[in-house]
Design a protein around this ligand. Sequence first.
Ligand SMILES: C[S@@+](CC[C@H](N)C(=O)[O-])C[C@H]1O[C@@H](n2cnc3c(N)ncnc32)[C@H](O)[C@@H]1O
Length: 289
Amino acid sequence: MVKQQNWKVQFPTVNRSFESTTGILYNSNNIDLLKKFPDKSIDLVVTSPPYDNLRTYNKNIDKIWNFDIFKQLAIQLSRVLKVGGIIVWVVGDATIDGSETGTSFRQALYFKDVCNLNIHDTMIYEKAGFSNPSSNRYHQIFEYMFIFSKGKPKTFNPIIDRKNRYSGSTSWGKNTARKVNGELSERKDRNIISDYGQRYNIWKYANGKGFGQKDDIAYQHPATFPEQLAYDHIISWSNKHDIVLDPFMGSGTTAKQCILTDRYWIGIEINVEYCEIIQKRLQKYKLFL
Ligand SMILES: C[S@@+](CC[C@H](N)C(=O)[O-])C[C@H]1O[C@@H](n2cnc3c(N)ncnc32)[C@H](O)[C@@H]1O
């Protein structure tokens, strides 16, 4: 990684829980802290907010996460994002009184209609299984991965790992054409379909104990997203030395994948115990350049 010693100077010095040459962890409420960030300073956000307060990360979570609070956060995230930057927003809905809440859609439309971001894509994170069986509907096995962009995305490095069923032939089927007399002849001027094509926008990952995370300590956090999910988005929507933010840092999954892919990372986590987990988790990776 090229040393860019000065990359951090533009970000606040308050509430730094720990820092290294590759990143900064803040122990803070994300909205309060983001208000101190300069405009257009972040290349990519990869994050997952609390889902309709499905989990209580600390005793006061219901007081600190609701739609009004979301709106303040969305405005700050949109402000600090560079033009062409991306927000990956991994989210799902709770079912309350027999109905899904629709919070995910409400949030997506707020980013679009009020924050002026594009809903560049609505991707799906398909899980290998379900945690709560449903008795009167199909089992729920996915979450949304909204991709919001500030204008046209400045970076897209598509992952090419989908095996092409017709590899070796052409997009017209067999690489042949009919001659004037009706006979078939081989054609050499058509593109042959390669072995692998661009991935589709439904991504499947195993999560849960022993699957999503490689570091045991990460399981001390109750709601992580898979390491591979963070990795895949980081390489798709950013380049080396870009600055990647996770305002709900949890166990530090995004930070770890930034270190492994040579991106600078900024994490914000409100819970001091989770900050300790993050610090311990990251110690074994290359924290210093
Ligand atoms: C869904 S978890 C994120 C997990 C993370 N993606 C991972 O893989 O470890 C959400 C995290 O956001 C934190 N959080 C909730 N409200 C916050 C706030 N206002 N500011 C900063 N962090 C907050 C919670 O303590 C929790 O650790």
